[in-house]
Design a protein around this ligand. Structure first.
Ligand SMILES: *Cc1c(COP(=O)(O)O)cnc(C)c1O
Length: 470
């Protein structure tokens, strides 16, 4: 099992290298050189297996020699043991063969926990074995940061520095990060947007000197380990719905394109994924790209679904690599051009290769609140604004009636209480274990959107750690 960068470099990288590096050395994203495939018999054998066994089966095919089978199974089991629902990823019936897969039963109430609880443990195991320590640097539009912090707090193998856009994450999201007291956790509020935060992180990784000196590592959705963990719940849903023969379609609220790319990856691995319906909010670059072949960069508009307030979805590059015939050169040129001209042009003939698979729809905040109320009155189910977009986009674009449709709920409604109350009249309560979140003390550093300043802050963090460890 080996990997290659979407820009052609690092061919032959192992899973261990890919997981620790995050981003490839040429600035591209790692993808398998050849997708390993499930045989129908392998899939049928997983019917009735618990969630962590499905994860271990997927990971076993993608991690090569990095873990023994028993180690992988134990790490997967530990990753989901603390989740708040016995099914881990329960499916609820929405009527008309439509289902809601709730991916918010982890410690920070978003689907990011499903990837990061596993990735944190896989990284820790590998670093411990190598007697190494890393500095995890990440940008978050809200949910990645808290999920990464929850997965890595108090682990001796990692410091965690998380940049979030000041004032652009919800109070619950911010507090889930800033109230963690572990000494290896460092929160930074950047005066800018999520894309600014992401650009800062990318710039630090693009500098080999800084990257090596700080032992930088990433757990953003660019890390293939996250994609791997996310492939698992597509398989889980298909097994749960007994849909190995018919297949299933999925509706996915999309920001950085990691979740829906995992659905695409599941299909590459031989799973019967029929359609992937991409839901956007007003930051609808992906919808525009799929309908016109062009993504002209626009300003990020803040919405009530902030985890989707993204104009440049990083994982799109993985798809572009595939549809351009897996040419690192073509992909690299396309991405450089995009930076330069602020417009991405994808040839029609390339888009046509996946036009049978992807559907798109986008929604305004007003429509989100309206639809949220409609679902609540109809079914009694409270949806957060991100999940509403999945359900609504699914209803709008589902086009294979004989196939079950799974809308992915990516956050617990209590993460976005104000929007949920406006939409439904109901103020959703935080689960018991988080009920004192607003009484806890916050710890965070405010910094300008300035690479030099952020760099020296991280240098300081790493130096202090060196002193403490003497
Ligand atoms: C991260 C996130 C998304 C977007 O997922 P991507 O993988 O970035 O497309 C959607 N909803 C919620 C609640 C999220 O946290």
């Amino acid at each position: 099992m080996s990997f290659v960068s979407t820009r052609g470099g690092d061919a032959g990288a192992t899973f261990e290298e890919v997981m620790l590096a995050g981003l490839a050395s040429d600035g591209g994203l790692f993808v398998p050189q050849v997708w390993p495939s499930f045989e129908p018999g392998d899939l049928a054998a997983l019917a009735g297996a618990p969630y962590h066994s499905v994860v271990a089966a997927v990971a076993g095919r993608l991690t090569g020699a990095t873990f023994a089978e028993s180690e992988l199974t134990a790490l997967a089991e530990a990753s989901y043991a603390g989740f708040g629902h016995p099914d881990v990823a329960p499916l609820r019936d929405l009527g008309d063969d439509m289902h809601l897969m709730e991916l918010f039963w982890g410690p920070t109430l978003s689907f990011k926990d499903y990837a990061l609880q596993l990735l944190g443990r896989l990284m820790d195991a590998v670093l411990d074995r190598r007697s190494e320590r890393v500095t995890i640097v990440g940008a978050t539009s809200g949910d990645t940061g808290s999920a990464a912090i929850a997965a890595l707090q108090d682990r001796p193998t990692a410091d965690v520095v998380i940049l979030h856009p000041a004032g652009r994450v919800s109070d619950v999201q911010r507090r889930q990060m800033t109230t963690v007291t572990a000494s290896n956790v460092h929160n930074v509020a950047i005066d800018g947007t999520f894309d600014d935060c992401q650009d800062l992180v990318k710039a630090m990784f693009a500098d080999p000197g800084f990257r090596d000196e700080m032992h930088l590592s990433a757990v953003n959705s660019i890390n293939f380990g996250r994609i791997m963990a996310q492939i698992s719940y597509y398989l889980w849903a298909i097994l749960r719905l007994d849909a190995l023969d018919s297949g299933a379609s999925f509706a996915v609220p999309t920001g950085n394109f990691g979740n829906v790319y995992a659905g695409y990856a599941a299909r590459q691995m031989g799973l019967p994924v029929r359609s992937l319906i991409i839901g956007n909010n007003r930051n609808n670059g992906v919808t525009r790209l799929f309908t016109t072949g062009t993504l002209a960069l626009e300003e990020v508009v803040p919405t009530t679904s902030p985890a989707m307030d993204i104009q440049v979805p990083s994982n799109l590059e993985r798809l572009l690599f595939d549809i351009s015939g897996r040419s690192g050169h073509v992909t690299a040129t396309m991405m450089t051009d995009f930076r330069l001209r602020r417009t991405l042009n994808v040839p029609r003939s390339d888009l046509a290769k996946v036009s049978g698979l992807f559907r798109t729809a986008w929604m305004s905040d007003e429509a989100v609140e309206g639809y949220m109320g409609h679902v609540y009155r109809d079914t009694g189910i409270l949806l957060d604004p991100h999940s509403v977009i999945a359900v609504a986009a699914g209803r709008m674009r589902h086009d294979i009636p004989s196939v079950p449709l799974v809308a992915i709920a990516t956050a617990h409604p209590s993460k976005f209480p104000a929007a949920v109350e406006r939409g439904t009249g109901v103020l959703p309560a935080l689960p018991e274990r988080l009920s004192d979140l607003f009484d806890r003390k916050e710890r965070c550093t405010d910094l300008p959107n300035d690479l030099g300043v952020v760099r020296s802050h991280i240098r300081g963090v790493v130096e202090r750690r060196g002193l403490e460890n003497r």
